[in-house]
Design a protein around this ligand. Structure first.
Ligand code: AMP
Length: 302
């Protein structure tokens, strides 16, 4: 099944308590596309980069059979650049800089041939751009949207419009509380679901994720890792793994999503083991399956 991913493509400069890295490949669309490519052989990525993007990064995306014909490479401009530092509690990160560069004029025009794609993953970008993408799609069967605290802060009204139109919203626990203006997570989930999406996933970092929908709730564990190298992109890898599995199953149901959540968590757990996209670049189906089974065993009770 075809899957469209739209989002940011970035150079990330990241400092964690373990190490730091400068100008490494990142961005919501990048992580989402690579993670979903393990489940779907028809991932199409739409985004924008500058002429500094580099052949090596293009080759990495092509190696994953990601269709990048919708990736606009703008001559004379620089790729979007993001810098952050993680605290000792790596659930908390402080943004150091956001250099929009080529992103400043980004107008997500979906190529004609991609407008009928049934599965749409809106990675974290400005909500008004996510709306523009939805406006161009003609045959959406299921859409997913990710976002971040920045947009809840500064473009809340546009974000509400997106949330109303997508089938599933993926956010983390602090964003859910912020969006709902509610300190209790379950109450917040109810409030956010009432804003429109049929399904809601709340990511809780190292404590797993919750799925809400069809009047039910499912709690997925996180993989207990002793050393987290770099949490950047974990949320996007989760979304990509989740949606890749769901679109491959081509069956929208709570039961399928329970499995998709574990695959999403599996990809996120690989992501945090290395800097940048390195943790999810060289996986095999067997490695993914092995960790998926370990996840299942983690909370199985006979
Ligand atoms: P995550 O850790 O999954 O929440 O996502 C991290 C990715 O989000 C990084 O690779 C950044 O390049 C990207 N990112 C950070 N800020 C923004 C922004 N304002 N718009 C779009 N993408 C962003």
């Amino acid at each position: 099944m075809s899957l469209l991913v739209v989002g940011s493509v970035a150079f990330d400069s990241v400092e964690t308590p373990v190490d730091k890295i400068d100008k490494a490949l990142g961005g919501s669309a990048t992580y989402c596309s690579v993670a979903s490519s393990y489940f779907s052989n028809d991932v199409k990525m739409v985004g924008v980069v500058g002429e500094d993007f580099g052949e090596q990064n293009i080759q990495m995306l092509k190696k994953h059979k990601i269709d990048i014909s919708g990736l606009d490479i703008v001559n004379g401009e620089k790729t979007f650049s993001y810098g952050c530092v993680y605290r000792d509690d790596m659930n908390v990160r402080d943004t150091l800089f956001t250099d929009l560069n080529v992103f400043e004029k980004f107008d997500p025009i979906i190529p004609e041939a991609m407008r009928g794609i049934p599965y749409v993953l809106l990675g974290n970008i400005m909500p008004s751009l996510q709306l523009k993408v939805l406006d161009q799609m003609t045959n959406v069967k299921f859409s997913v949207c990710d976002t971040m605290n920045l947009w809840i802060d500064i473009t809340r009204e546009d974000l509400f419009k997106v949330i109303k139109r997508v089938n599933l919203l993926v956010i983390n626990d602090s964003e859910a509380k912020m969006l709902a203006d509610e300190g209790n997570l379950i109450k917040a989930a109810k409030k956010v679901t009432a804003m429109g999406p049929e399904y809601l996933i709340i990511k809780k970092g190292e404590h797993g994720a919750l799925l809400f929908g069809e009047g039910k709730m499912f709690s997925a564990p996180a993989y207990p890792l002793e050393t987290v190298f770099d949490p950047t992109g974990a949320g996007d890898s989760f979304a990509g793994g989740f949606f890749g599995h769901l679109t491959n199953a081509d069956e929208i149901s709570f039961e399928t999503m329970k499995k998709s959540i574990i695959y999403g968590s599996t990809l996120a757990s690989f992501c945090v083991e290395k800097f940048s996209t390195k943790g999810i670049e060289n996986l095999s189906k067997e490695t993914i399956e092995k960790r998926f089974n370990e996840f299942i065993e983690l909370s199985r009770v006979e």
